[in-house]
Design a protein around this ligand. Structure first.
Ligand code: RIB
Ligand code: CA
Length: 314
């Protein structure tokens, strides 16, 4: 087997974040060095606790989990309890976390790990607002050239926005942080709504996860059945978009995804379009290509991968 890919997941759990974390934990191709948490779907006090509960589910109680930014760089925090519920992980009833919260700030863990691991060997997967990433780059600009790749979920173009007509939630919460990350010269793979809206949980796919029958699989099915109600009630869809696991699945099976190298800029001035990701998909400018933007995936393969890997967890 190829050498394990080293990975730090930066997250705001969130049911879809939970599936991304569990997919990573269940995949021997990956070496998850730690979990850094950020305020987003719900406040930091809950996202860090939820991340620890997810580690418990997978039996990874020794996984280093750090708390990071409580607020965006400059704007007031916007949360998404309307989607994820008051705990951020509504659906299953999970016990208080056994996985400890590490001392120290998530930003310092990011910096120290990138500095201590071989240059270029670590991937960072931000699947929430990008505040921790921007803070780390501001505090330690030297790490930009040492980060192997960023594989992030956020933004949208043809799909528009999901928190405003123009902006996707992760970018909207901290547009300045996103702008600084996209300008840092780090190789980025971007999973916008344009691909994640093609990764719908559907009743059949959720039932296949529940049919695994394990504690983790049943908890995931309970999470998804809560999470998908928002899209089902609002849009009449079958299921909801499973955004965040697209990052991990791309690391495992990139051939199941397609996209193109583009320029991505972030709106940080206009109130109307704040947090919009302006993706030059049709290459109409000579702006530098700063991201590989993913537009499509093999959704059946995506859910087969998730189901197969969840079956390996307790
Ligand atoms: O817009 C979807 C993103 O916002 C996902 O990461 C979801 O977990 C929320 O954080
Ligand atoms: Ca998230």
């Amino acid at each position: 087997m190829a050498p394990k890919q080293k990975l730090i997941i930066d997250t705001d759990p969130g049911q879809d974040d939970a599936v991304a974390m569990l997919l990573a934990f269940a995949s021997p191709e990956l070496d998850v060095l730690g979990i850094t948490t950020v305020a987003g779907n719900v406040p930091l006090a809950l996202t860090q606790e939820n991340a620890r509960k997810i580690c418990d589910l997978a039996g990874c109680t020794d996984m280093p989990v750090f708390a990071g930014a409580e607020q965006p760089l400059a704007r007031s925090l916007v949360t998404a309890e309307h989607v994820h519920g008051s705990t951020g992980l509504d659906g299953p009833v999970l016990p208080p976390p056994a996985t400890p919260l590490q001392d120290g700030h998530a930003v310092d863990f990011l910096i120290d790990t990138i500095r201590s691991e071989d240059s270029g060997s670590v991937t960072i997967a931000p699947i929430g607002p990008l505040t921790n990433i921007a803070m780390a780059l501001r505090k330690a600009p030297d790490i930009a050239e040492r980060i192997g790749r960023i594989v992030m979920m956020g933004g949208g173009y043809f799909e528009g926005g999901n928190i405003t007509p123009a902006a996707e939630f992760n970018i909207y919460v901290d547009p300045q942080a996103a702008a600084e990350m996209f300008a840092a010269g780090i190789p980025i793979t971007m999973m916008p709504l344009d691909v994640t809206h093609k990764a719908m949980t559907t009743a059949a796919r959720t039932a296949a996860i529940r049919a695994i029958g394990s504690k983790t699989a049943v908890a995931v099915a309970d999470m998804l059945e809560f999470y998908e109600r928002f899209d089902e009630e609002k849009y009449g869809s079958d299921g909801g978009p499973l955004h965040d696991p697209c990052t991990i699945a791309w690391m495992l099976q990139p051939e199941r995804f397609s996209g193109r190298h583009c320029n991505v800029e972030i709106e940080t001035e206009s109130d109307l379009t704040m947090g919009m990701t302006v993706i030059d998909w049709r290459q109409v400018t000579d702006r530098p290509h700063n991201a590989f933007v993913v537009g499509d995936l093999d959704a059946d393969a995506f859910f087969r991968l998730i189901t197969d890997r969840l079956a390996k967890l307790p």
